[in-house]
Design a protein around this ligand. Sequence first.
Ligand SMILES: [Zn+2]
Length: 167
Amino acid sequence: MACPHCGTEVVYYDVAVDKESLRVIDVFQCSQCQAQLDKRSLERVWQVFYDSELNKTHKLVKYKPVVVSYQIGRSRYEKEPDARDLTLLDEIQATAIPDWFPVHRMPDGERKRKDGYDLKGITHLHHFYFRRPLLAYSRLWQKVDDCPDCAFLRFFAQGSNLGFTKM
Ligand SMILES: [Zn+2]
């Protein structure tokens, strides 16, 4: 997001989330100009990229990874992404996805009007995914396709789909 008073990019998680309670703070300060801000007052920041699936440039709301959640054995941990994590994400972003996934244009409808996902640049199905989950999910779908008589696997894969999306 960007501060509407000074144009400084602010990471919403950094300025608007209380790290103790993980609750969103209603009113918070711009880290640059100290203006009082709330979510509605912020401007969206866009990221233009070459969408190889659409074969043209596209713009989506800019995202920044803020927390890495991971597990060792049964214990869960969190950390801030370090330079190595960010480099890995850049490499994944540049990786071609070998397996099939749909790139259909989202149809007009009630959900589009209600959720306003097109206001974040999501115009096609694949825009609902970050690159890494899309790589993983398309591979999972291919594995399901390769398995004869595995309708239950398709049911499982479809049921887990939402967890792979930005939603
Ligand atoms: Zn500001």
